[in-house]
Design a binder for this molecule. Structure first.
Ligand SMILES: [Zn+2]
Length: 182
């Protein structure tokens, strides 16, 4: 009998034991916390994710559920250089190890590199997808080339100096002032 797994109420131990796989391609709008970060409409934007369960043995030979999660989305954020929206790609790719309770998770989280979560029979996998993508939000989203810079493409030899002058408006101001008669 093939088990059916439900992403928002996932039986983690069974999913790992069965080597289960779940994936989805869902509207970004259905991930409310993520959509709240968008500075433009999220119409047509999707979150893609895939989870793979795996059963491993711990040091004592007991079975332990693990899960590999991959998730990606494109989110319109504000470019910190030109302050217009920039489509920013978020990608998460991580292994999780599941343990029996919060105490064990907290103790292991400190000593191990991998992410430790508490196993449950109704684990919210979609919530984890959203958490992981939220963690990938860049602190300073930027266009590779800002739309205002179209005439000053990267091939333009003046591009770098134009960039520097913008970066330091006070230097430009000082230059103007020094040119003025007292
Ligand atoms: Zn920009």
């Amino acid at each position: 009998m093939k088990r059916e797994f439900v992403p928002d109420r996932l039986n983690v131990a069974e999913f790992a034991q069965a080597g289960g796989r779940l994936s989805g391609d869902q509207p970004l709008a259905s991930f409310e916390r993520l959509a709240a970060e968008a500075v433009e409409s999220t119409d047509g934007l999707q979150v893609e994710w895939a989870a793979q369960g795996e059963e491993r043995r711990d040091a004592g030979g007991r079975s332990e559920p693990w899960m590999h999660l991959e998730a990606s989305a494109e989110l319109p954020l504000t470019c910190q250089r030109c302050l217009t929206p920039v489509r920013t790609r978020l990608e998460a790719d991580r292994w999780f190890r599941f343990v029996a309770d919060e105490e064990t998770a907290a103790a292991l989280d400190e000593e191990l590199e991998e992410d430790v979560l508490v196993a449950s029979r109704d684990f919210d996998l979609l919530g984890l997808v959203e958490d992981e993508l939220l963690m990938e939000l860049p602190i300073t989203p930027r266009h590779d080339v800002c739309p205002q810079d179209v005439p000053l493409s990267a091939q333009d030899p003046d591009f770098d100096s134009a960039e520097k002058e913008r970066a330091n408006p006070f230097a430009a101001l000082a230059k103007l002032r020094s040119g003025k008669p007292e």
